[in-house]
Design a protein around this ligand. Structure first.
Ligand SMILES: *Cc1c(COP(=O)(O)O)cnc(C)c1O
Length: 400
């Protein structure tokens, strides 16, 4: 008799093609950067292995949270750190931590309590952005009340200082390309004004690449998204002063519970940070320029298209190809071209922020040279099609 055992031949890992086939999903070329709507990033194999190891073991979770936090803090030369479920959860729990502090009653009744504790969170108006969800909603979830400082296009230290009062719980600074950049106070200036009044400064640095800069500038809590620059699993990181991180950690017994982070993410992010700090094999901006130069040259030979290298608006070492489409020549707007690029078997996603100016940006970090040539072919087909249609129309005009 043959014995059939299951455990020796566990289900073979689904390969990528099966995944797309099984659920009828479209393939994606991600030329938009670390975008949540596309799955952010693809962690390297060492990180994926750590996630699997984590899934297959039990831990005293409190111990895991504390010790990985200390391990990360040591790597970053900071007092303390904690892995959370995502950067948004980091904002929510940081706000809650600074309102609740040691108050057990508030920990359990953050939203229902009318205890008169400071709840105001001062945010430069130009930082009150929508990153995919509104900053203000995260502050409200954390029990805070948004107080905007300055104007849409300007915020100085004095404008923050004028709003500080006994109800101020914290200042939140959002370091991001989403924010207004001009006439904004710097992080060190925000630190100075916060500490002059004994108020903590939170920095949302979700997509930033430097895991030490803002902490070293004196920020009390700094928040990162685990899957963006760090290329970890879906997760987030809060780095900061020891007492404040302890207050963030205790949120898991309050509003933090629906933002629970799994053991696999805690271990996966810790490993990703370790690799990020010790063995970074990230492409430099110069590497990106080298990769995209032939692509840019090809594009510049197309009618109605021009392309050039542009550098990241938030000052990170990221180069992108900016493509301008001349509507009068092509007969299509950038918005229409963006929509066409997403059609077919493989969707191509650009950075779309400047579509209203007739421009898109190509972020090549997750794009291979082969994929760049797919992108080029797709663009040239769209343009050839309209130019062909136009010339037929012109011919028809001439016949008349
Ligand atoms: C991406 C982002 C977030 C949210 O990060 P998640 O990890 O997806 O929650 C918050 N703030 C800014 C500025 C971001 O860019």
């Amino acid at each position: 008799m043959t014995l059939v055992t299951n455990n020796s031949c566990s289900v073979s890992p689904v390969n990528k093609d099966d995944m797309y086939k099984k659920y009828d999903l479209k393939k994606v070329i991600n030329a938009s950067g670390r975008m949540t709507i596309l799955g952010v990033s693809t962690p390297r194999p060492e990180v994926a292995d750590t996630v699997v190891d984590g899934l297959n073991a039990y831990f005293e979770m409190k111990d895991l949270v504390t010790k990985t936090g200390h391990y990360i803090a040591k790597l970053l030369d900071a007092e303390n750190a904690v892995v959370v479920s995502c950067a948004s959860a980091g904002i929510v729990q940081s706000v809650a931590a600074l309102i609740i502090k040691d108050d057990r009653d508030l920990l359990f009744n953050l939203h229902s309590s009318d205890k008169p504790v400071p709840r105001e969170i001062i945010v430069p108006k130009g930082h009150n952005v929508n990153f995919g969800a509104p900053i203000g909603t995260m502050i409200a979830l954390g029990g805070g009340v948004v107080v905007e400082a300055g104007f849409a296009n300007e915020c100085k230290s004095e404008q923050i200082e004028a709003l500080i009062n006994p109800n101020t719980a914290a200042i939140l600074y959002v370091k991001s390309h989403h924010c207004v950049q001009k006439s904004m106070l710097s992080v060190p200036q925000a630190v100075t004004v916060a500490h002059k009044h004994g108020i903590p400064l939170i920095v949302d640095a979700a997509a930033e690449e430097d895991l030490q800069a803002y902490y070293n500038m004196g920020a009390d809590l700094v928040i990162y998204s685990g899957a963006k620059a760090i290329e970890g699993p879906t997760s987030g990181l809060v780095v900061g002063k020891d007492q404040l991180i302890e207050w963030v950690k205790q949120q898991s017994n309050g509003i933090g519970r629906p933002m629970k982070v799994g053991k696999e993410s805690i271990l996966g992010l810790t490993r990703a940070i370790e690799l990020y700090m010790t063995d970074r094999h990230n492409e430099s901006g110069a590497d990106m320029v080298a990769k995209m130069t032939p692509f840019i040259q090809q594009l510049n030979r197309l009618n109605g298209v021009s392309a050039q290298v542009v550098w990241d608006g938030a000052g990170r070492d990221i180069a992108r190809a900016e493509i301008s489409f001349v509507e009068q020549v092509i007969g299509k707007t950038a918005v229409e071209i963006i929509a066409l690029m997403k059609q077919g078997d493989t969707a191509v996603y650009f950075r779309e922020y400047k579509a209203n100016e007739g421009k898109v940006e190509v972020d090549v970090r997750a794009v291979s040279r082969e994929q760049l040539s797919v992108i080029y072919q797709k663009i040239s087909a769209i343009i050839a099609e309209t130019i062909l249609v136009n010339s037929i129309l012109i011919d028809a005009e001439e016949v008349k």
